[in-house]
Design a protein. Structure first.
Length: 380
């Protein structure tokens, strides 16, 4: 068969498939509406399994597996379309609507903010970038930031979520599973790491370097060039600088920021020692209740899925069908559940888009557990 003939016939088949697909979507929506009118659940799972088996059998043994994937995808997009036609809503969508109505038009200029570490920490820099006049309370751990929000001690908390070089801060994702909170904004902070010492200390004097584990990971190449020097993890880079400044030892140094060097009176032996110059950390600002400020175009959710083949694929196909951009996918192991995971998603979509409401309805339907973490904008 000639190439042009094959292409023309393929186009004809595609046109037929397109028309049949449109007809199938309408019929599936009509079926769901009819079932709802009769007081039945919209989806007949047993009937769908039988229909899928018939579809695979009709395709023949060689194409059965491929046909199964096609039919599962058809089912997923049909369910999404059915939900949009039936106008499904939930307590979550009602809560989001209330947040949109009650959240102030402007992000607050001043607030009480919990940050892990001490003065000079990157969390403090992030807080100052978020708020014109932040009243910062410093706490010792990331968990204490969540606790400060949960107890009402602070209005907001600022936490590092991921770094462009070293990746995600896993401890934050683990704590997200334990606390109820809402992300109200995010911000990116340029990170510079410098080798800081007490005045007069020389590079050859250094026997130990203090810093946060993320900073250590971001400066791996620099540290490899200092063999024999002990590297010690501490709470954060600002704590490392403060420890060096307050110590009587003259054989220690810190990997910390220019700001911390000036704040604690330390000299810079080497500047910008991170492996990559384009080094940013993304911080989230969390509050106790959902607040959706104007311009929110990013949504974060956490969810778990049934431990079955294809469950993540089917969820991703729903997101794709709605034309929503997935900007981050993170997985963390679930405590006490072998080889099962919690998934964290960042989705790029305006809260004012009908696709946003449709997406939430789809995710609530598909997931074993589902938590909406907030809709917000990001400061770059």
């Amino acid at each position: 068969m000639e190439l042009e003939t094959i292409q023309n016939e393929l186009q004809t088949v595609d046109d037929q498939l397109s028309a049949l697909f449109a007809r199938r979507m309408e019929l599936s929506a009509d079926l769901a509406a009819a079932r709802q009118d009769q007081g039945l659940v919209p989806m007949d799972l047993a009937g769908q399994r039988e229909a899928k088996a018939r579809f695979q059998d009709a395709a023949g043994p060689a194409l059965s597996g491929y046909a199964g994937v096609v039919y599962s995808t058809l089912q997923d997009v049909s369910h999404s379309y059915q939900a949009s036609r039936l106008g499904k809503s939930s307590a979550l969508t009602a809560r989001i609507a209330r947040s949109l109505e009650t959240t102030p038009a402007l992000f607050p200029e001043s607030a009480t903010v919990a940050c892990q570490g001490v003065e000079g920490a990157y969390a403090q820099i992030a807080a100052d970038k978020l708020f014109a006049a932040a009243r910062i309370s410093y706490v010792k751990s990331f968990e204490a930031v969540f606790s400060a929000i949960a107890s009402g001690f602070c209005q907001y908390g600022v936490l590092p979520l991921e770094n462009s070089t070293a990746g995600s801060v896993n401890r934050i994702y683990d704590l997200m599973m334990a606390y109820n909170f809402s992300i109200v904004r995010s911000v990116r902070v340029k990170v510079d790491h410098n080798l800081l010492v007490r005045p007069g200390v020389k590079r050859e004097d250094i026997r130990e370097i203090f810093s946060h584990e993320q900073a250590i990971a971001q400066c791996a190449e620099f540290l490899r060039a200092m063999p024999g020097v002990k590297v010690t993890v501490c709470e954060n880079t600002a704590v490392a600088a403060k420890r060096v400044a307050e110590s009587d030892r003259r054989d220690i140094a810190a990997l910390s920021s220019h700001a911390c060097g000036a704040l604690y009176g330390l000299d810079t032996l080497a500047a910008d020692v991170q492996d990559k110059g384009n080094n940013y950390t993304r911080f989230i600002c969390i509050g106790k209740e959902p607040e959706i400020f104007p311009g929110a175009d990013r949504t974060s959710v956490m969810l778990t899925l049934s431990h079955q083949p294809g469950s993540l694929y089917r969820l991703m196909s729903r997101i794709t069908a709605l034309g929503i951009n997935l900007t981050k996918l993170e997985s963390r192991p679930l405590p006490d559940r072998d080889f099962e995971f919690m998934f964290y998603f960042d989705l790029e979509t305006s809260v004012y888009s009908p696709r946003f409401i449709q997406l939430l309805a789809d995710l609530e339907e598909m997931c074993e557990t589902f938590r909406y973490l907030g809709s917000y904008s990001e400061i770059v």
